[in-house]
Design a protein around this ligand. Structure first.
Ligand code: ATP
Ligand code: MG
Length: 159
């Protein structure tokens, strides 16, 4: 199926503003974003999980969501300004049940959000990775990339 990323972002952010009423979410979308292949429900779940994480681990500043075209890919990112993730754990956070830090005193969760998100993104032909500025340890950026394919011209419209 073809997915309108703008629709998915807007509806998911609307839902998140109700679930996390105290959290500012800012959205910056490039104009004329192409459709991607995949499933709107899965992409909405992924975004919801990333915003949930940014809310839980992301500090007090607003969560920012960006989408733009980058060559033949659509790049989508969810950015927070929390304490970030140390470099050696940037890949581990995508492992099942991996949770950072000591069990006592951390936000509730099961450590499945990111592995599931990666599974959904890969099922759509995309990739997801985490970045955290190495020196300042300020904030986390979750970056998703999806291939942009040409929309096939329907046979009926030709004949
Ligand atoms: P669940 O999503 O299943 O409720 P969870 O949030 O702990 O639980 P994941 O979403 O898979 O599980 O995240 C794994 C771990 O990665 C988290 O426990 C947290 O330590 C770390 N993490 C995830 N997102 C961020 C973020 N935005 N900033 C800092 N750490 C993060
Ligand atoms: Mg989570």
């Amino acid at each position: 199926d073809w997915v309108d990323v703008v629709d998915v972002i807007n509806s998911t952010v609307e839902r998140c503003r109700k679930v996390f009423p105290d959290r500012a979410i800012e959205v910056q979308l490039a104009p004329d974003l192409p459709l991607i292949r995949g499933d709107s429900v899965l992409l909405g779940q992924v975004l919801f999980n990333l915003i949930d994480n940014a809310d839980k681990y992301g500090g007090a500043e607003p969560i920012r969501i960006y989408a733009r075209r980058d060559g033949d890919e659509l790049a989508l990112s969810v950015v927070d300004m929390g304490k970030g993730i140390p470099e050696k754990e940037l890949e581990q956070v995508f492992e099942k049940f991996f949770r950072r830090g000591k069990p006592d005193g951390r936000a509730p969760g099961t450590g499945l959000g990111l592995p599931i998100a990666r599974g959904f993104v890969e099922a759509m032909g995309g990739t997801i990775k985490a970045e955290s500025p190495a020196q300042k340890r300020k904030g986390t950026r979750m970056i998703l990339r999806f291939p942009i394919e040409d929309m096939p011209v329907e046979a009926e419209t030709i004949s």
